[in-house]
Design a protein around this ligand. Structure first.
Ligand SMILES: C[S@@+](CC[C@H](N)C(=O)[O-])C[C@H]1O[C@@H](n2cnc3c(N)ncnc32)[C@H](O)[C@@H]1O
Ligand code: SF4
Length: 458
């Protein structure tokens, strides 16, 4: 089967995105701050040794109606200062338990909109991180930025902080699309903005787009893609608009305006994919793109692509993730730990106890094996049962048993040319990448029948 539309239609069903395994829906509140402290100490003696830091800044000037992130409309400057002070405390407390000779290879600022707060507060956090941790020379320091909150002065300061990758939430180039989703336009035309960031010394610029928003048509989204190709960001993501109004109430506004049909959405995905991959971009997964030679593209070729909650990364640079701020998820080798959700809860918990754990999950060795299998499928489109078995000191048969592998379950994918099996090696084709979540589900022993809580594949 080589018609992508037929493939997507046949396999379109909801399921986990596998940004983690087990998915965050399995985290429980019986995992507490005390467990986190133990996990922090344990993380010093587990691989990978290097450290990734995630900082969550949940504030935005206004909330976009489509947003699925943990974001809150700005309150007061004082409140933001208290929030940042709580982050400084959390960094100190985690730093006291983590071996700070371990090298930090990634710092990622997400949100919300980190660039919407006072830049002196951002500087305070950077100073604290530098004070406590050992930062690698070539550390990737990335920030998700709203282009409506950038000006020349802010861009200069981002570069001075050492930020070397900025992800711009562009979403769409049409101002009327931005307007109906309650989003302010960028301060400069996007091509100018990218040039300004590069001229300031920020080497890498990514762009986020969303397809499936009101007013978007297949034609208009194609036009946006053509313009973006000319702007030539280093990386690009075309997110499928995840419509979950039962969780995100503001999304009901978009239903009232009218959303593109699933059929139109599918065409937007396929046509943007074909436009981008016929230029200088390589697909990373279904909807991420990087230029040839980009570390992600090289990692995919070498089957060393990895994924965490912050997005795709390479196995060489990503470390265990230590997250700071509300809703931040730490991803240690043996555990996931998520902080409380709202900034107010976060400030209260940190001020009272020094930690803000809301829930977590400790992984058994068997679960870590399943996680590796699912990561290999999701990221590298390739699974070598023998290699996974060797990594964990077990047999390939044991790994197959754990992941409930059976060739029969994969027959339909094989018949449709989406996957091939050669001995203990499974290879997913480029077309199979479009429904890789569905393939990964076949290796997930925890997946039960009710998938209604998850958004659909496209
Ligand atoms: C934290 S925001 C990026 C930084 C900044 N807040 C902004 O909006 O420009 C992360 C990205 O998630 C994507 N996003 C947010 N809500 C989404 C949804 N419901 N479906 C798909 N993508 C979504 C958007 O592309 C957005 O740029
Ligand atoms: S998309 Fe970005 S700016 Fe809009 S509400 Fe979400 S986090 Fe804030």
């Amino acid at each position: 089967m080589d018609n992508i539309k037929d493939i997507l239609t046949k396999y379109d069903k909801s399921g986990p995105r596998y940004t983690s395994y087990p998915p965050a829906t399995h985290f429980t509140d019986s995992y507490t701050s005390e467990n986190y402290k133990k996990s922090l100490i344990e993380s010093n003696s587990t691989d990978p040794k290097n450290i990734s830091i995630y900082i969550h800044i949940p504030f935005c000037k206004d909330r976009c109606f489509f947003c699925g992130c943990n974001a809150f409309a700005k309150k007061t400057d004082d409140f933001e200062t208290r929030y940042v002070d709580a982050i400084l405390t959390e960094i100190e407390n985690v730093g006291a338990l983590v071996d700070c000779d371990r090298i930090v290879t990634q710092i990622h600022w997400g949100g919300g909109t980190p660039n919407s707060i006072d830049f002196d507060l951002i500087e305070k956090i950077f100073l604290k991180i530098n004070d406590i941790f050992s930062i690698a020379e070539d550390c990737e320091i990335a920030m998700e930025c709203n282009p409506a909150d950038l000006n020349e002065d802010k861009i200069k300061r981002l570069a001075e902080f050492g930020i070397n990758r900025v992800s711009l939430g562009i979403q769409d180039l049409r101002e009327d699309v931005l307007e109906v989703v309650n989003r302010r336009p960028p301060t400069y035309p996007v091509d100018e903005l990218v040039q300004k960031l590069k001229a300031a010394g920020i080497k890498e610029v990514n762009i986020d787009l969303i397809y499936g928003l009101p007013l978007q048509t297949v034609e208009s989204f194609n036009k946006t893609i053509d313009e973006i190709i000319k702007i030539s960001p280093d990386r690009l993501v075309t997110f499928s608009y995840a419509h979950v109004p039962w969780v995100m109430k503001a999304q009901t506004h978009l239903e009232k305006i009218g959303l593109p049909t699933p059929e139109e959405k599918m065409t937007m995905l396929i046509s943007s994919h074909s436009k981008l991959t016929s230029t200088s971009y390589e697909a990373i997964g279904m909807d991420h793109y990087a230029k040839a030679g980009d570390p992600l593209e090289v990692a995919l070729k070498n089957k060393q692509l990895h994924r965490n909650f912050q997005g795709y990364c390479t196995t060489q640079t990503t470390g265990q993730v230590y997250a700071f701020g509300c809703s931040g998820i730490s991803q240690l080798t043996h555990a996931y730990i998520q902080n409380v959700k709202t900034p107010q809860q976060y400030i209260d918990k940190i001020e009272e106890t020094g930690f803000a754990t809301a829930r977590g999950y400790e992984l058994s060795k068997d679960e870590r094996i399943c996680r590796t299998v699912i990561n290999e499928v999701m990221c590298n489109l390739y699974l070598d049962f023998d290699a996974v078995a060797e990594e964990f000191g077990v047999s390939a048969e044991y790994v197959k048993g754990l992941t409930e592998f059976s060739e029969e379950k994969l027959h339909s994918f094989i018949n449709d040319g989406l996957l091939s099996i050669d001995g203990n090696i499974i290879t997913i084709s480029k077309e199979g990448a479009f429904i890789v979540r569905n393939i990964a589900m076949c290796f997930d022993p925890k997946l039960k029948h009710d998938r209604s809580q998850y958004s659909r594949t496209v």
